[in-house]
Design a protein around this ligand. Structure first.
Ligand SMILES: NC(=O)C1=CN([C@@H]2O[C@H](COP(=O)(O)OP(=O)(O)OC[C@H]3O[C@@H](n4cnc5c(N)ncnc54)[C@H](OP(=O)(O)O)[C@@H]3O)[C@@H](O)[C@H]2O)C=CC1
Ligand SMILES: CC(C)CCC[C@@H](C)[C@H]1CC[C@H]2C3=CC[C@H]4[C@H](C)C(=O)CC[C@]4(C)[C@H]3CC[C@]12C
Length: 338
């Protein structure tokens, strides 16, 4: 049976590198690239076809931060495919990032320096905004849109004859201290990225609790620090190129500096070759690259607990009802006006 794989945010960076690696591994694969910009999506498809001319690669229009688009995309996907084996929830944003230089230099001379480079903890803030439907954009894109996508694709993900795997691209920047159950969208503070990634760790555990008995499994990965559009938004690309020798040096102390999208996709690729039921729901699978440039995947216990995970799940279900109602009301409004 040909496996079907859907990747969000597949047109660049880690997502695109993953797609190339998957096609090299399995020529029979039916790969669907879910992207918000169809020109960039088509360019990615063409690039993949250059190295894999016979590959089956389709495109799906999906703006994961826009809930209408999520519902439409799920419908379109179900019209084209009757199964889904791997759902990579990889699209992500970090808008208007700011580095706290004072905290960075303080951290440089502290015993916490390796951890600071591995996680970026305490030195990065972002400025979020509200989407037209009233959700915080980072939350909507990195977490909630993906949550609704899983819910909408449930009929394909939960099938009797095989297990499926949902894989979240999380981060080592996912910090419990940045997340609050009283403010799951992170409206009140300035680390929405960290909060959304911590929420994805919690949600993955909840999905396992609720869906394992229906054949759906969920896992979380961290790609390490990778040079992509996301990191070029933090510091300009010429700066990263300039400090590349320093980063190779840092890699000797923390293998989390994977640096290339190919290396960063290691854990995503590794999961593709595992049996979903053999994975640890409490583990985050890290892409790591040694000082000599060898790639490997290592599981690390996540700083999460079941109560918090369940509490978040309940809040997300509530929010799902609210959003569906808002969209229905909007539709009704338009109908009555016409
Ligand atoms: N780079 C790094 O060091 C790290 C990255 N990550 C995570 O890895 C994932 C991939 O990021 P990375 O490859 O680094 O960065 P990129 O910016 O290269 O990739 C992000 C992808 O997500 C897509 N995307 C963003 N917003 C939306 C949206 N609303 N709807 C659909 N697609 C969207 C982008 O599309 P478009 O081209 O249209 O913007 C792009 O294809 C993210 O989840 C990120 O948080 C985690 C840890 C470290
Ligand atoms: C390399 C130095 C000489 C200068 C760079 C300092 C900082 C700007 C960066 C140091 C560590 C970086 C990060 C670590 C973890 C990433 C995480 C996994 C993620 O998901 C997003 C990006 C990071 C937070 C990244 C951001 C830049 C640094 C803080």
């Amino acid at each position: 049976m040909k496996k079907v794989v859907l990747v969000t945010g597949a047109n660049s960076g880690i997502g695109l590198a993953l797609c190339a690696r998957l096609l090299s591994q399995d020529a029979q694969l039916q790969l669907c690239l879910a992207c918000r910009n169809m020109q960039r999506a088509e360019a990615a498809r063409q690039a993949l076809l250059v190295s894999h001319p016979r590959a089956q690669v389709t495109l799906l229009h999906l703006d994961v931060g826009n809930m209408r688009s999520v519902f439409r995309a799920a419908e379109d996907f179900q019209q084209k495919y009757n199964r889904l084996d791997y759902l990579y929830l990889n699209a992500g944003i970090m808008p208007n990032p700011r580095v706290d230089h004072k905290a960075f230099y303080k951290g440089l001379f502290s015993s916490n320096v390796v951890c600071m480079f591995a996680t970026g903890e305490g030195i990065l803030t972002q400025e979020d905004k509200v989407t037209p439907i009233g959700l915080q954009e980072v939350f909507a894109t990195n977490l909630f849109g993906h949550f609704l996508l899983v819910k909408e694709l449930e009929p394909l993900l939960c099938q009797m004859d095989h297990n499926s795997l949902v894989i979240w691209t999380s981060s080592s920047n996912a910090q419990r201290s940045a997340f609050s159950l009283d403010d799951i969208q992170h409206q009140k503070s300035r680390e929405p990225y960290s909060s959304s990634k911590y929420a994805s760790d919690l949600l993955s555990l909840a999905l396992n609790s609720h869906y394992n008995n229906q054949g759906l499994y969920s896992s979380v990965i961290c790609p390490g620090l990778v040079m992509t559009n996301l990191t070029y938004g933090i510091l300009p690309s010429f700066f990263w190129t300039l400090i590349m020798p320093i980063m190779w040096l840092i890699r000797i102390f923390t293998s989390t500096f994977t640096l290339s999208p190919y290396n960063g996709a290691e854990a995503l690729f590794w999961l593709f070759m595992q049996k979903p039921e053999s994975l640890d729901p409490m583990a985050k699978y890290h892409s790591l690259t040694s000082g000599l440039g060898n790639n490997y995947t290592q599981p690390h216990k996540m700083d999460i607990d079941e109560n918090m995970s369940e509490a978040l799940y309940v809040k997300l279900l509530d929010l799902e009802d609210t959003v569906r109602k808002k969209l229905r009301d909007e539709d009704l409004d338009i109908k009555t006006k016409n």
